[in-house]
Design a binder for this molecule. Sequence first.
Ligand SMILES: [Cu+2]
Length: 178
Amino acid sequence: MDTKENNNCNDAITPANKNTKIIFVIVAVAVTIALGIGLSLTPTTMSGAQMGGGNKAIIMHFHPHLNLIIDGKPVTVPSQIGIDPSLWKDHSLDHYGMQAMSNGMSGMAPLHTHDATGTIHIESNIIRNYTLGEFLNIWGGLDTNGKTVKATLDGAPVSDYKNIILRDGEQINLDVAK
Ligand SMILES: [Cu+2]
């Protein structure tokens, strides 16, 4: 009696075990596929995090050049415009530039300077025209009050210097005088 009952029990369990094994294999395959997808997505997620979380890729990067003459004398355009808080007065375009990172690296306005040569860096996460006026607003350090600004773009006179569209390699001269 005992043996038969055991056999019956075994008979009853065996098909259930088969079903369990099949389900286990299906789950294992599903988990493997899910892990594979997860791993293949990981580099994208990591590069997003490395860029500072929420930072979009910079898709425009070029360099016009600004020469300044104030009251007849050449004046350097300072380094760190749009990076150093004291040279970053207008923040209305910040969302098009590099956001501050969790590792402490500072953000940058989309228009900024890295040196005092007059090279303006346009580094933007959207395709958009930027103007010299927008750069000067970010800087907030060129005093034109009560003065006349004579501007040339690649040597040709420009009447409305604030609306000069920044383009790669162009030479902008501003002559600011009373
Ligand atoms: Cu640059």
